[in-house]
Design a protein around this ligand. Sequence first.
Ligand SMILES: C[S@@+](CC[C@H](N)C(=O)[O-])C[C@H]1O[C@@H](n2cnc3c(N)ncnc32)[C@H](O)[C@@H]1O
Length: 259
Amino acid sequence: MADETHFGEQTVPLADKQGMVDDVFRSVARRYDLMNDMMSAGIHRAWKNAMVGAVNPPPKGRPGRLEKMSERPFAVLDVAGGTGDIAFKIAAAGGPGTRVTVCDINADMLAVGRERAYEHGLDNVGFEEGNAEDLPYADRSFDCLTIAFGIRNVPRIERALGEFYRVLKIGGRLLCLEFSSVDVPGFDKLYDLYSFQVIPRVGQAVTGDRDAYQYLVESIRKFPKPDAFKRMIEAAGFRRVSVTPMTGGIVALHSGWRL
Ligand SMILES: C[S@@+](CC[C@H](N)C(=O)[O-])C[C@H]1O[C@@H](n2cnc3c(N)ncnc32)[C@H](O)[C@@H]1O
């Protein structure tokens, strides 16, 4: 039915999904970063670094092309940026002209992010509450938009992709990192075993919320295959869309340009 969607393996009314997703991240916010390291044995850092490499912010000590032309900062929007992992990496890689805005729907995830930014003394990263489906920014505001492990949680993915296109400047780039489909014989079985048998148990032990991590593994399986997601990005208007699978397809980095 048109007004139903998935919440992990469950079929739920479209209008209910966001609230259920919000409950998941409210519950795990304080332990979210620790769990990422434990579940992926730290590999999520390499996946995120690959995305930040693609963002390629103007480096320290050298004004970027855009800054030379117009004195404007290199503006990055990190949607569903949660506790700020991606934003901190981009800010660290970029020069003083790089500004990163984290936009997330969940106040608890943002609160952890703000504390981390304060601890690191970062003043070029901002945290704002907002919904990916209805971004609180003007048309053509950003040079780059990143979203890591966020898009599969958004109930209306097409609507969010339309918003990403709207807020990017002409020549701006979308980079989307998301869990994908393991397609390596043997490894897929191992990955399934680890996902369904180990992750929910570790989630229970570390965060006290098994269901949140059951949702995580189920939502990964429900997310569109890389080629289907590539077509969704193209349908939103993006050009030169490409997909780069990593670690046997556990994750994929999709890239597209607003031209
Ligand atoms: C798995 S976390 C990813 C956090 C961060 N990007 C990272 O890679 O560590 C997913 C995030 O998506 C956020 N989220 C879910 N639905 C959203 C929506 N509709 N708009 C904005 N953020 C959303 C959640 O609050 C959560 O912080």
